[in-house]
Design a protein around this ligand. Structure first.
Ligand code: AMP
Ligand code: ZN
Length: 487
């Protein structure tokens, strides 16, 4: 591979060569979901983008520790410091325990990501499992003088912090303008400054999820969990911190402030942000009411959908846009993605059956270089895919006898296309996945038939054989067992 991996860094606003802190290793932290509702397609886009980044880093030989948290406490309505937390509100509404809400939507989140063929992260820590670490960090920030306590709530002192550090380094916003545009503090508010945010929040008596702390019973603020868990598992300085772009101005800005105030270090060397999935140009979001669920998309069960699309079609559709560009949801684009994916899967099957010649009429090496060059340019999947489709074009032409390929080049092409499509882009052949299911079902049916025969229930065993035959499935009994073939 001639090119080197370059990554766009939101902090420096530049694309630069990726140099990990510890040679050969990558520590990557990505903000996980707030598990109080079903993961929508926009959330899925962000995690598919990081899945490809994770897969590519592994593919080029890094040992990666990928930490992605589950926010199961402390995330309040409207991302504010006051009011109900999102779990408590939903739990009250449905008359269940907040932890039942957490459990239900954590399972849903995992199922959605599995459907999209995402690899699981190396560690998936929860906020509720790291209360002690969050209290310790809050104590240290207080001791370092960047926070203050009022009536059991601890606030981060943004004004004090800004005297020594650049609070808006990540968002590039103008601090004075921010101060002027932020809602005026009313007399009731305990905060000293308009931009101050809570590290620890005093719990009202009726609040269910609360823990004992040096400041009384309460629960952690939303931002402190990611600071505490990233430093615990990846150290005070690690390589990549990611999340959706909407997290830049508040959540990630505050995370950086907390880490600097606690450890005097910037947590991550590279800040990577994915752009939003939009509908008619508007961010897909639960609160805007324009979101839909992956399951609705797979089934075609939504007024915005003309029909259903398979998970791999949707993954392919997502990969056709660069992760830093917005991606607008459109039926036509999904239809095109469905056709493109079929073409790609057919080529993957065809490539191993190609007839070889003495020489090749094109350069596989050049195509391979361009695929890697695209991925090395800040994980540019649309350009990498375009190059893969150049290979697909050749595969079809060779098959039609219009181009030729040598034996060694064929092996190289087979390798390139299979590794890239399945290992790096994380696509899978859904038709073959269907074949696995048929195989599982057949084993089950043949097991039932074998039991029937043991019990001398030949009526049932013959019935199963005849019914299968009608479906075009022939079964043959041998000494070793029974096998089947699709006729
Ligand atoms: P949340 O569960 O709201 O904390 O969001 C989980 C992740 O999904 C965050 O990284 C968000 O930035 C991301 N996200 C939310 N909405 C969208 C969207 N429409 N497109 C892409 N990513 C999104
Ligand atoms: Zn976070």
């Amino acid at each position: 591979m001639k090119s080197q991996l370059k990554i766009y860094n939101t902090l420096t606003k530049e694309t630069s060569v990726f140099e990990p802190i510890h040679k050969g290793n990558v520590g990557m932290y990505v903000c996980g979901p707030t598990v109080y509702s079903n993961a929508h397609l926009g959330n899925a886009r962000t995690y598919v983008s990081f899945d490809v980044i994770f897969r590519y880093l592994l593919h080029i030989g890094y040992k990666v520790r990928y930490v992605r948290n589950i926010t199961d406490a402390g995330h309040l309505e409207g991302d504010q410091d006051e009011g109900d937390d999102k779990f408590a509100k939903k739990a009250k509404l449905e008359q269940v325990e907040p932890m039942e809400i957490v459990q239900r939507y954590t399972i849903d989140f995992h199922e959605v990501l599995k459907a999209f063929n995402n690899l699981p992260p190396s560690i998936e820590p929860t906020a509720t499992g790291h209360i002690i670490e969050q209290i310790e960090m809050t104590k240290k920030i207080l001791a370092n003088g960047y926070a203050y306590e009022v009536n059991g709530t601890v606030y981060f002192d943004v004004e004090k912090f800004s005297k020594e550090f650049n609070y808006t380094a990540l968002s590039n916003r103008n601090l004075d303008e921010l101060l002027n545009n932020t809602r005026e503090l009313d007399g009731q508010n305990e905060k000293k400054g308009r931009l101050d945010f809570a590290l620890w929040i005093k719990a009202k008596p009726e609040h269910l999820m609360k823990w004992v702390s040096p400041w009384g019973e309460g629960f952690p603020g939303w931002h402190i969990e990611c600071s505490a868990m990233s430093s615990k598992y990846l150290g005070n300085e690690f390589d990549i911190h990611g999340g959706g772009m909407d997290l830049v101005p508040t959540h990630h800005t505050n995370e950086i402030a907390q880490n600097l105030a606690c450890h005097h270090t910037q947590p991550a060397k590279y800040w990577v942000h994915t752009n939003m999935l939009t509908i008619n140009g508007q961010k897909m979001s639960k609160s805007l009411g324009n979101s839909f669920l992956p399951a609705e998309l797979f089934e075609g069960n939504h007024s915005l959908l003309e029909k259903g699309y398979s998970p791999m079609t949707v993954r392919f559709f997502m990969l056709q846009a660069h992760y830093r560009s917005t991606l607008d949801f459109r039926n036509e684009a999904l239809q095109a993605a469905e056709k493109g994916l079929n073409r790609l899967m057919n080529a993957c099957k065809l490539v191993s059956h190609l007839k070889t010649s003495e020489t090749s009429s094109f350069s596989v090496e050049d195509i391979k270089e361009s695929v890697y060059a695209a991925m090395n340019e800040d994980f540019n999947t649309p350009i990498a895919l375009a190059q893969i489709f150049e290979a697909v074009r050749y595969i079809n032409l060779i098959n039609d006898g219009k181009e030729s390929i040598s034996e060694t080049d064929k092996t190289q092409l087979e390798n390139l296309i299979n590794t890239f499509v399945f290992e790096v882009l994380g696509l899978k052949n859904e038709q073959e996945a269907g074949a696995d299911k048929i195989d599982g079902l057949m084993k089950m049916i043949l097991g039932v038939r074998s039991d029937a025969k043991t019990k001398k229930d030949f009526a049932t065993s013959d019935f199963i054989r005849d019914q299968l035959k009608e479906l075009g499935i022939e079964i043959k009994d041998h000494k070793e067992g029974t096998n089947y073939s699709l006729t």
